[in-house]
Ligand binder design. Sequence first.
Ligand code: C2E
Ligand code: CA
Ligand code: CA
Length: 485
Amino acid sequence: MQTPNSDAGESEGLLEEIRGLKAENDDQRLKIAALERRIAIQPQTGLPTRYRLEIELDELIERLTAEGNTRGFTLLILQLGDDYSNLRKTLKASVSEWILYQTGMRIAGMLRPEDLLFHTHENEFVVALLDLKGAELGSFLRPFLTRLSEAHIFAGLNIALKVTAGAAYWPEHGASRHQILQSADIAADASRERHRRFSLFKPSLLARAVEKVELQNAITKAFENIDEQFFLLFQPKVFVSALEGNRLRISAVEAEVLIRWKHPERGILSPDAFIPLAEETGLIMPLGKWLIYQSTRKLVSTRAAARVCSGMSINLSARQFHSDDATRILSTALSRSGARPGDLTIELTETGFFEDPVSAARTISRFKDLGVRISMDDFGTGYSSLSHLHRFPLHEIKIDKQFVEHLDTSNDDRVIVRSLVSIATGMNLALVAEGVERPEAVKMLWNMGCKGFQGYLFSRPLDERGFIDFCNKLAEAGMVWNLAA
Ligand code: C2E
Ligand code: CA
Ligand code: CA
């Protein structure tokens, strides 16, 4: 179950107040009843709250146990996804409240009289389905979840929200209220994380949840020793000015900084294994600060050791990027290290841009005032809204590797890349193709008009020394790269 929101915080306070009261006379009894009504009903939907869920689940479990465990139930957790949170930020409160109300009504309309329904958190509903498991549960859920994802039509708007679900069986997946709630919650998390519509609890999900908690604890501990536990790799990003036969003339080399975690037991972990965790725990903020300070220092030392290196780029996650601190940290790091702002590029993913375009535009314009460059990473994978693109003062677009991988066999990918190239050239932006592994891909991309390349063909991510050697070897070769070699 999710962490309590402010409403829940208020409920906690009321709960304390109720516990502190003694029902010694009618006045006090009336007061207790009034307070209980306030924490028992969600105002947006009129449905019973988490407070009621706990009471009624206990009663249900007690009743079924007294009947001799001949019957059971499925506890189903339904969650509205990030698109609901975004909607809430961008539209009037009345619209999101109306959608919650509608969702509550849709769920209620599909339940049987003996089922229980609760509105436990702003974006979360919990249902207890009596004697409904296995294939029968499947037949119930298919139309049920489809109906919940259908668009809501409101004041000319057409709003469809993703609903994900997780379920656990009582008593198989947990006999007590606490255990069954935890199991259903783990299943709901699994759906959300893997972008699935539905997951049923199974023991391996519990094992994964435990592992996640362990990793979370480990990353928290790793921060006590940040300089030893985390390190940076540098992957060359090359810009080409001419292709003559198999010879590429390189006009500039930059490095993308890629972080690694030296986990004490599990060895070296890639960012995909821990950045999401760092985001969830909020540790991404100190990690990002460390990364920015380190990278600006490395930018200065690398440029001194490898003259042909003309810049570095760092990845900032959406959360870091939208924080109020980002500009201040960046500006302090630049002035302390003495790095030239124009040599630093900030790579942001599309989701980072469009999740909150207003805040993104504000931060980007502050970054621009500092003089750093902005690159849109993984272009083409998110909900890239081309119509928004011109609103951001960008310098570079990176074509995601998924379009580069199959360029020679997939006509669709060629069409996409060609249009990305024409957007970038039309807007006067630099273009970098990532995940370039084969010489043929370089030739095709070059012929389409792409001049920036990054990928294993040129180099895997390297340590600082390796990157300096890469640059100096290229300089010795007269800035020529032989594709046939
Ligand atoms: P990204 O920014 O798209 O980085 C490119 C990823 O592709 C890197 O994986 C890189 O090692 C890999 N790669 C490079 N060339 C090739 C190739 O030719 N073929 C294939 N198959 N892969 C290639 P890595 O280092 O594991 O990073 C994964 C993601 O983690 C990055 O994706 C980036 O989004 C994120 N990340 C990395 N470092 C940081 C960081 O310091 N902060 C934040 N917030 N995110 C980071
Ligand atoms: Ca990147
Ligand atoms: Ca990328």
